[in-house]
Write a new protein. Structure first.
Lengths: 572, 84
C-alpha cells in the first residue's frame, strides 16, 4: 500500500500544471480529478514521517503525517474541489493555475514537519494567491494585491528570522510545540514565529490585509482565498502554541471587534471578510485554552468554517457575477430572480450562526463549553455576545440586504450551473456535518475527548439566543433604528499605513528628493567651475602653470622641490 | 421580461410579511415558555436567570447596533476615500 502513496501536495500541483498546458473539457476534468486523487491518496497514509533528509547538518522532515495534519489535508482537498467546481466556467488560465497551486501550497504547509519546509510553503501561499486578487484586473485590485503581498512576505521574513534563531539555539528545525516561555534570544525567535503566524491568522491590527484584499479578488478567487491562508495559520498556532493564555485574549478580541465593523460595512463580501476574522477568533480562543476539547473545537470549527464561509462567499460571488454589484446599498429583492441562490445562502447563514442541525452548532459549542469548563467566565460571556453578533451580521444582514430588503429592481437569473452545483455541495456538507458530526468531522478530530452537542439544554439555549438576536433585528428595523446601508469606507487599522504613514512619508520623500536634487546640481556646478578655472577654451590652453609645461618639465620641477625640502630637513 | 416585473412575489404583499412575523413572534414566545418547563443544565450561575439566553441575545444585539451606529460618526468616510 505504502508504495502507492504520493507526496500529499503533488496531485494538486499536477492539476495546476494541467491547467497551464491543457484547455477545454480535458483541463476541466483533470482539475476536478486532482483534489479527488489527493484525498484518496491521504486515505492510504499512516501517521509518521514520509520523507526525511538532512540539510546543512539539520534533519528535515518535508512530509510528516499525523492526525492534525491529516484533518487539515482532507479539509483542503474538499475545499479546493468545491472552489474548482465553482470556478469551472472561468476562461482565465491565470486564475485556474493560481488557485490550484495555492491549494497545493496549503497542503504542503500542513504536512511540513520542519520549519524550513513550512517557510517555503508559507511564501508560496503568498506568491500563488496574490494572482487571484490581481486577476480582477482593476486598479483597486492591483493596489490591494500589492499591499497583500507586502504584508504576507513580511510574515514570511519574520518566520524565517524566527526559525534561524531557533535552529541556532535548539540545533533543530523540526516543527513541534514552540510556546512563548523561553530565555534570551530563543524568546525573540519564538515571538517572531508567533507574530508570523499571527499576521496570517489576522490578529488584531494585523487583520486589514484580509478585509482589504479578499473583497477585491475575483468572485471565484475569493473562495480559494477564504479557505486556505488563515486556516494554515490556525493549524500552525494549534501545533506550535497550544495552551498559550495570551491567545485567549487575542481570540476574544478577534471574535468581538469585527462584528461592529460588519454591521456598518456596505460591501457584502467585506462583511464576510470581517466575519471570517470573527470566526478565527473562536478558533484562536480554543487554541489558547489548550484542553483537548478546546483544541478539538478549534480545529473542528476551522473545518466547518471553510465550508460555510465558502458557501456564503460563493453566494455573494454569484450575486456579484450576475449583477456586477456587491454593495448592500445597491442590492435587494434578488430572491425573486435567484431563489435557489437565496436558499443556499440561508443554509450558509444558518450554519455560521450555529443553528442546531447545521455545522457551526457542533463545533462552536465545543469552544464555548471548554471556556466555561476552564473557568473563563468573561471569555465565555464575550464569546456568547460574539455568537449572537455573528447571527446578526452574517446570518441576517447578508441574506436580508442581498435577497430581500427593499426591491432594487434588479432582475437577473440564477448563476451558471457549475456555481450552483458547487454551492449545493457546500450546503449539503454543512447539513451533513451539523447533523451527523460523529460520522464526519468528529471522526477526524486529533485529540481524545468525548463531546455530545445535541442535548436539550444546548438546543434550547442556542435557539433562544438566536431567535432573540433576530427579534432585536426585527425590532430595530420596525423602529427604523437599524443603520441603513450607505456607500462608504470605514476607517480601520489600515488607515495607519494607507493614510497616516503616506501623509508623513510623502512630504518627507519629496523634501529628501529636493535636497538630493540641489546637492546634485551644486556638485555639477562646482565640477564645471573647476574645469572652467583650469582650461581656457578660447586659447585652447590650460590655465594652470604646471598644466602648461611638458610632463618632463613638471617632473624636474617637483624633483627640485623635493630635493630642496630634503636639504632643509637635513640641516634642521 | 415585462411580465416578470408585474408578477406579484411573496414579500410584495405586506400581509405576508405580517404573517411571517406573527409566526416568528409565536416561536419566540414558545422558547421563553419552554425555559420554565424544561429543566436546563446549569454550568454557570448566571444561567439561573430565567430566559438568560433570550435576554442576553436581545440586549447584546441592540447594543451592538447602537454602538456600531455611533462608530459611523467617527469612522465613516466617502467611498473613494483611499482612491484620492
Amino acid at each position: 500500500m505504502n508504495s502507492l502513496v504520493m507526496i500529499p501536495f503533488v496531485p494538486l500541483l499536477l492539476g495546476a500544471l494541467a491547467a497551464i498546458f491543457l484547455r477545454g473539457w480535458l483541463r476541466n476534468s483533470l482539475m476536478l480529478i486532482a483534489p479527488i486523487i489527493g484525498a484518496l491518496n491521504l486515505m492510504g497514509m499512516e501517521p509518521g514521517v514520509l520523507w526525511s533528509l538532512e540539510f546543512m547538518g539539520y534533519a528535515l522532515e518535508p512530509v510528516r503525517i499525523d492526525k492534525l495534519s491529516l484533518m487539515f489535508g482532507y479539509l483542503f482537498h474538499l475545499a479546493s474541489f468545491i472552489a474548482i467546481v465553482y470556478a469551472l466556467h472561468v476562461k482565465d488560465t491565470v486564475q485556474h493555475v493560481a488557485g490550484l497551486a495555492y491549494a497545493a501550497s496549503a497542503v504542503g504547509a500542513v504536512f511540513a514537519g520542519d520549519l524550513l519546509t513550512l517557510f517555503v510553503f508559507w511564501e508560496l501561499l503568498a506568491l500563488t494567491s496574490v494572482f487571484l486578487i490581481w486577476a480582477r484586473r482593476t486598479d483597486r485590485a492591483y493596489a490591494s494585491g500589492v499591499r497583500y503581498l507586502i504584508i504576507q512576505i513580511l510574515s514570511g521574513v519574520m518566520l524565517l528570522a524566527g526559525l534561524l534563531i531557533f535552529a541556532q539555539v535548539n540545533n533543530s528545525l523540526l516543527f513541534k510545540s514552540i510556546g512563548l516561555e523561553h530565555q534570551g534570544t530563543a524568546k525573540i525567535g519564538a515571538w517572531l514565529i508567533f507574530l508570523a503566524f499571527g499576521i496570517k491568522a489576522a490578529f488584531p491590527f494585523f487583520h486589514n490585509w484580509l478585509t482589504d484584499s479578499y473583497p477585491e479578488a475575483t468572485p471565484t478567487g475569493t473562495i480559494f482565498l477564504a479557505s486556505f491562508t488563515t486556516k494554515v495559520a490556525v493549524y500552525c498556532l494549534a501545533r506550535g502554541f497550544a495552551g498559550e493564555e495570551i491567545l485567549i485574549w487575542i481570540g476574544v478580541t478577534m471574535a468581538c471587534f469585527p462584528i461592529f465593523f460588519a454591521v456598518i460595512e456596505n460591501d457584502l463580501r467585506r462583511v464576510l471578510a470581517y466575519s471570517l476574522i470573527n470566526q478565527i477568533g473562536f478558533m484562536v480562543v480554543g487554541i489558547g485554552i489548550g484542553s483537548a476539547i478546546a483544541l478539538n473545537g478549534a480545529v473542528a470549527h476551522a473545518f466547518n468554517d471553510v465550508i460555510f464561509k465558502g458557501l456564503l462567499m460563493m453566494t455573494m460571488g454569484a450575486v456579484l457575477h450576475m449583477t456586477g454589484k456587491i454593495n448592500g446599498s445597491e442590492l435587494g429583492g434578488l430572491y425573486k430572480s435567484m431563489p435557489k441562490t437565496t436558499i443556499l445562502c440561508i443554509v450558509g447563514a444558518a450554519s455560521i450562526s450555529a443553528f442546531p442541525l447545521f455545522s457551526g452548532f457542533v463545533s462552536k459549542s465545543m469552544i464555548m463549553a471548554a471556556a466555561v469548563e476552564e473557568g473563563y467566565n468573561v471569555v465565555w460571556l464575550l464569546l456568547l455576545f460574539a455568537a449572537a453578533g455573528v447571527f446578526h451580521h452574517a446570518g441576517i444582514k447578508i441574506p436580508y440586504f442581498a435577497f430581500f430588503a427593499h426591491d432594487s429592481g434588479i432582475r437577473t437569473t440564477e448563476p451558471p450551473r457549475n456555481m450552483l452545483i458547487a454551492m449545493t455541495i457546500a450546503a449539503v456538507a454543512c447539513v451533513m456535518l451539523g447533523t451527523f458530526p460523529q460520522q464526519t468531522v468528529y471522526a477526524l478530530l486529533p485529540w481524545d475527548a468525548d463531546y455530545h452537542p445535541y442535548d436539550l439544554t444546548h438546543i434550547l439555549t442556542q435557539l433562544q439566543l438566536l431567535f432573540f438576536s433576530a427579534l432585536a433585528f426585527v425590532w430595530l428595523n420596525l423602529r427604523n433604528m437599524y443603520p441603513p446601508e450607505l456607500p462608504s469606507t470605514n476607517l480601520d487599522a489600515d488607515w495607519f499605513y494607507r493614510k497616516l504613514a503616506p501623509s508623513f512619508i510623502k512630504p518627507l520623500a519629496r523634501n529628501m528628493y529636493g535636497v538630493y536634487d540641489k546637492l546634485e546640481l551644486t556638485a555639477i556646478a562646482s565640477v564645471k567651475l573647476i574645469i572652467r578655472n583650469s582650461y581656457d577654451p578660447e586659447e585652447a590652453k590650460p590655465r594652470g602653470f604646471f598644466a602648461k609645461l611638458w610632463p618632463t618639465e613638471t617632473m624636474v620641477a617637483w624633483v627640485a622641490i623635493l630635493l630642496a625640502g630634503y636639504l632643509i630637513l637635513y640641516y634642521l | 421580461m415585462a411580465e416578470d416585473n408585474e408578477e406579484k412575489y411573496f414579500f410584495d404583499d405586506p400581509k405576508n410579511i405580517k404573517k411571517v412575523l406573527k409566526v416568528f413572534y409565536f416561536i419566540c414566545a414558545l422558547l421563553v415558555l419552554a425555559d420554565f418547563i424544561v429543566h436546563r443544565h446549569i454550568y454557570h450561575s448566571w444561567e439561573n436567570i430565567p430566559a438568560f439566553y433570550a435576554i442576553y441575545g436581545f440586549v447584546g444585539c441592540v447594543l451592538l447596533v447602537v454602538i456600531a451606529k455611533e462608530m459611523r460618526k467617527v469612522l465613516m468616510r466617502k467611498e473613494d476615500y483611499y482612491d484620492e
